[in-house]
Design a protein around this ligand. Structure first.
Ligand code: ZN
Ligand code: ZN
Length: 359
């Protein structure tokens, strides 16, 4: 991977009055350097010619040499924080990934670094850049979303009724892997009837009956990037209540989706869906945020929720996923994955949202 991202981060340090940034979160390390191993950290110094150090352990000697640009000073060590400290001299204001460092790790690092080096919380510095995807990242997410759609379409040809939630979930995982996904974005959710009222339902060894709703939430991972989508299917003639809940969620989802463009905050978009669901009398049954950013991690910035203070920007990739969860009765969620573009948005998920029956 080129050094462009390191240069970008280096250029952001001055405004936070940092001399260098220590990057320890592995998703941040991957985004910055291209390294995909399970142990590594990077240091970026201010300025175009500033420090560019990457540290990993012996297991990743060859892999890191292949993945990381030669402009990084690459070091192999057993104890990464110890080696890091050896190469740094104060006075230095060193930013760190405060969202991803334990109190224990922080205390040890502080001790190793000694007096002249000040550790400064640099919340969201890398994450903020990661939230605006580059074309190469969008290509990976687009491909993951397409693969996920193809995978579910294939699974649905084998039907839902009479198979257990767990069988369908495993079939989906296996199908996605067989079609080329390097992993699933998360363990798929397959939840029928009242079980669908749990937003994070775990698939059960229970056969899916006819005449109910089934929530399926799944995603595929390609080149490290995830997709995320939810569809809710009918398995036959529905109780009118279930059909009504479906239509309310669909309208809320479509209204919020239509408003996605640069400018509004995550809170603004969340409110559109929330107001629609509240107006239909189900406000108390929509207890989670409307959506989240997706990229190297399945949940990243920006947030579409009551806490979402950031304005959407072109290059953001977010989900729009309202739901209604009536405990013990019914659950519906409909989720699309969307890129914010200069003109508005591009929806990456292609499966139909009109209520579809799968027997
Ligand atoms: Zn999802
Ligand atoms: Zn999601």
């Amino acid at each position: 991977m080129s050094m462009q991202r390191a240069t970008t981060i280096a250029g952001l340090l001055a405004e936070r009055e940092l001399d260098a940034l220590l990057v320890t979160d592995l998703a941040n390390v991957r985004w910055l350097t291209g390294f995909t191993g399970s142990n590594g950290l990077a240091v970026v110094g201010a300025g175009e010619d500033g420090l560019r150090r990457f540290l990993t352990d012996f297991r990743y000697l060859s892999q890191s040499a292949e993945q990381i640009d030669a402009a990084w000073e690459r070091e192999i060590a057993q104890d990464l924080p110890e080696r890091l400290a050896q190469g740094l001299e104060g006075p230095l204001r060193l930013g760190f990934d405060d969202a991803h460092m334990s109190v224990k790790e922080h205390a040890r690092l502080e001790e190793l670094l000694g007096d002249g080096i000040e550790l400064v919380a640099a919340a969201g510095l890398v994450e903020g850049r990661r939230a605006i995807k580059e074309p190469v990242e969008l290509d990976a997410i687009r491909a993951a979303a397409k693969l996920a759609d193809d995978g579910l379409a294939d699974v649905l040809t084998r039907g839902l009724v009479g198979r257990t939630e767990r069988e369908v979930a495993l079939d989906l995982e296996f199908t996605l892997r067989r079609m080329g996904a390097e992993a699933v974005s998360f363990e798929p959710i397959v939840a029928a009837g009242p079980h669908g009222a749990l937003p994070h339902a775990v698939p059960r060894d229970v056969a899916i009956p006819a005449g109910t709703l089934v929530v399926i939430d799944w995603g595929a991972q390609l080149d490290g990037y995830s997709s995320d989508c939810t569809r809710t299917y009918a398995t036959g003639e529905l109780d009118p209540r279930d059909r009504e809940v479906y239509e309310i969620v669909l309208r809320a989802q479509e209204q919020a989706l239509a408003a996605i463009r640069p400018g509004p905050t995550g809170r603004d978009i969340d409110a559109i869906a929330r107001d629609a669901i509240e107006a239909a009398g189900h406000g108390e049954h929509f207890g989670h945020g409307l959506g989240h950013g997706v990229g190297l991690e399945i949940h990243e910035g920006p947030r579409l929720s009551r806490q979402g203070a950031d304005a959407l920007e072109a290059g953001n990739v977010v989900t729009v996923e309202p739901g209604i969860y009536v405990p013990g009765a019914v659950g519906v969620r409909i989720e699309d994955l969307v890129v914010v573009t200069e003109e508005g948005h591009e929806v990456l998920t292609s499966l139909p949202k009109t209520l579809t029956t799968v027997g």
